[in-house]
Design a protein around this ligand. Sequence first.
Ligand code: GAL
Length: 356
Amino acid sequence: MKKMLLAIGVITLLIAFAVTGCRIGKEEKHKFTEDRIEEVGEDIWADLSKAKVGVCIYRFSDNYMTLFRREIESYLVGLGFTKENIMIVDSADSEVVQDRQVRAFIDQGVDALIINPVDPSDVSDITNLAVEADIPLIYINREPEAEEEVRWEDNKWDVSYVGCDARQSGTIQGKIIADLGIENIDLNGDGVIQYIIVEGDPGNADTLYRSEYCIKALDDAGLQSECVFKGYADWEREKAEELVSEALKGGVEAEVIFCNNDAMALGTLSAIEKAGMRAGKDIQIVGVDALTDVLIAVQEGQIAGTVFNNYIQQSHSAVDALITYLSNETNPHYIGCDYVAVTPSNVQTIIESLAR
Ligand code: GAL
């Protein structure tokens, strides 16, 4: 499996090089401002070390986005970009900060932008800034509203989104729980699964759809369920621990805890342990992302499962898409990626494939 993944990675890299090289060979016109052409010459894409990329990440302290941004950087470097031309900044969960960063990148003459939006429901200003400056833009991970994506399509702008369908991750979470068998979940024997949902941030598509579709999957499996507690922990481990600890202290009794991501599943696990309960026996926890600590907890039986949110494929797709735009070719405006269920039966394979 590891070898197969490695082989796929190398082939993808070779194709990316080959495609980029042959487009450059055609001496196509690129989208540069006069200043940029004067600075680096017209054949910038023959030498990617001269290309400048600006990347905004909504919050550096987010565990999953840390894996994502590191992979973007190493993939860009592998393709020939130089470290000093890859500018990755922390938007500190502030729209104002992110807006300022995008303007600064444009003033500095970046050739392409990758944005993980702070507020995915309101990215039109960022899109407009990039389009006006004629700079290709790839949004990642936090999906803008459907009507915004329609605008890119209608205007044939060089703007795309790279991410996964959050509904799929919720469905997989529900199936992981349903597959445990009602006899192993419904410990109070009332025929109903009492559950808690620990949510990400409000209004985010991942939060909304993961919470909705994990329960829909229980319904589809013919299992009755009841929400006994729900709260936001903003994707953060500490906040999740606090939230779940408070709920348990307040007398909430649950059989399953659905966590919108793994960082919060780890916080939930700590809360369960501190409350003197046995995770994986007295209560089932499920997350999303496949963070290393969660994979270990799945292996050890404390966490029922997680959903691999493939940051490697997504970061490579984002970079490949921006190179395609820069080569004056088109991309789909939505570039997807599949989630993968992780349970005790395949966790070892996932651990090995990620240990590169
Ligand atoms: C999700 C991911 C979370 C968090 C969130 C930020 O895709 O599963 O861990 O990073 O994005 O919006």
